[in-house]
Design a protein around this ligand. Structure first.
Ligand code: UDP
Ligand code: MG
Length: 301
C-alpha cells in the first residue's frame, strides 16, 4: 500500500528537513512505498527554498505544491488531496507535533483491517492553556448539540484513509471547507487512536485566538442551520412574555429599561446571524477557486 503524506506548511522552514528525516527513520523497513506531498501555503520565510532543496536531494518521491499566497490550511489539505497518488493518504502537520510513528500505526491498522476506511488520531490530553481548552470544549459541546454531523472532541486533521474517503471528500464542492466536519459528514468506517501532540520543533503556531474563533464559527455555519431558526424561538419567548405582562398588567418602570434593551437587541442578534449565512451564500456564489498554484516541484519528473 503506497502512502501519500500530505503536509500543509506555512512558514515551516526549520521543519521541512527534520520532518523528512523523521519520517524516513520511522518508515524505514516498515512502510515500503510512500511519497511526500508538501503544500507551501504562501510561506514568506525560507520554506519554498527548503522544499526546492529537498526535491533536488530526496531519495523518495517528493512533490511540493506552492500556492500564490496564503489560502489557509483547509485549502492546503485540498490541494494535497488533489496532488497525491497513493493508495492511502495521511494528513499531518509540518511542525513535527504529530509523530511519524503514529502514522506507521495508522497505516498498519488499515492494512490489518480491510473493512476500516479511515484511522483518525485524537488528543487524549491537550497541553494547552485552560482558556483554550475551555473554548475548544465549548465549541464541541455546542456543535454536537446543533449539528447532525458528529464532531469528536480532540480529533484533529491527523488521519490516514483510503481512496474511497479521499474521493468522497473531493466530491464536496464547497469553497469554505471545514475538514473536521467534512470527514465526519462523508461517513465511512473510522477508527480512533489516541496520540499525544509533541512540542512544535521550530517556529510558532499559525492559529491566533481570532483565527480559531472564525474557524469555529465557519464550522458551525457549514454544518448546521439551527442558528437561523433560533430567532423564531426567541421571538416566540418574547411574545409569550409580552402576553403575560399584558395580562398581569403590573410592569414597573424600573424593570422596563433592561427588558426593552434585551428585547431590542434580539432583532439585531437575528440580523447578525442572517448576515453570517448570507455572507456565506455570497462567497460561495462567486465560485472562486479555493487556491491558486504558483509552481509545482516534483522530483519524479
Ligand atoms: N498551516 C497552513 N496554513 C495556515 C496555517 C497553518 O498550512 O494558514 C499549517 C502549519 O504550517 C502546520 C499546520 O497547518 O503545518 C498546523 O498549524 P499550526 O502548527 O500553526 O497549528 P497548531 O498546531 O498550533 O494548532
Ligand atoms: Mg502545530
Amino acid at each position: 500500500m503506497k502512502v501519500s503524506l500530505i503536509i500543509p506548511c506555512y512558514n515551516e522552514e526549520g521543519n521541512v528537513f527534520p520532518l523528512y528525516e523523521a519520517v524516513r527513520a520511522a518508515f524505514d523497513g516498515i512502510v515500503p512505498s510512500y511519497e511526500f506531498i508538501f503544500v507551501d501555503d504562501g510561506s514568506y520565510d525560507g520554506t519554498g527554498e527548503k522544499l526546492r532543496a529537498l526535491t533536488e536531494t530526496a531519495e523518495v518521491p517528493v512533490k511540493a505544491v506552492r500556492f500564490s499566497r496564503n489560502f489557509g490550511k483547509e485549502a492546503a489539505i485540498l490541494a494535497g488531496l488533489n496532488a497525491a497518488s497513493g493508495d492511502c493518504f495521511t494528513i499531518m502537520d509540518g511542525d513535527l507535533q504529530q509523530s511519524p510513528s503514529v502514522v506507521v500505526e495508522m497505516v498498519q491498522y488499515l492494512e490489518d483491517h480491510p473493512d476500516c476506511d479511515c484511522v483518525t488520531a485524537f488528543q487524549e490530553n491537550r497541553h494547552e492553556s485552560p482558556v483554550m481548552v475551555f473554548f475548544k470544549n465549548g465549541f464541541y459541546n455546542i456543535i454536537n448539540r446543533v449539528a447532525d454531523t458528529e464532531f469528536v472532541n480532540g480529533a484533529s486533521d491527523f488521519r490516514t484513509f483510503r481512496n474511497n474517503v479521499r474521493e468522497a471528500v473531493l466530491s464536496l464542492p464547497e469553497g469554505a471547507r471545514f475538514s473536521k466536519g467534512i470527514f465526519s459528514w462523508v461517513g465511512f468506517d473510522t477508527h480512533y487512536i489516541p496520540y499525544t501532540a509533541e512540542e512544535r520543533l521550530s517556529g510558532t503556531s499559525k492559529w491566533s485566538f481570532l483565527k480559531l474563533w472564525r474557524y469555529a464559527l465557519s464550522g458551525i455555519i457549514s454544518f448546521t442551520t439551527v442558528p437561523l431558526r433560533l430567532p423564531f424561538f426567541f421571538g416566540f419567548g418574547t411574545l409569550a412574555a409580552a402576553a403575560c405582562a399584558a395580562v398581569l398588567g403590573k410592569s414597573s418602570n424600573k424593570r422596563r429599561v433592561p427588558v426593552l434593551l434585551v428585547v431590542g437587541s434580539l432583532p439585531l442578534f437575528a440580523l447578525g446571524v442572517l448576515g453570517e449565512y448570507i455572507a456565506r451564500v455570497y462567497q460561495e456564489s462567486k465560485r472562486r477557486p479555493v487556491y491558486l498554484i504558483k509552481e509545482v516541484l516534483d522530483n519524479r519528473k
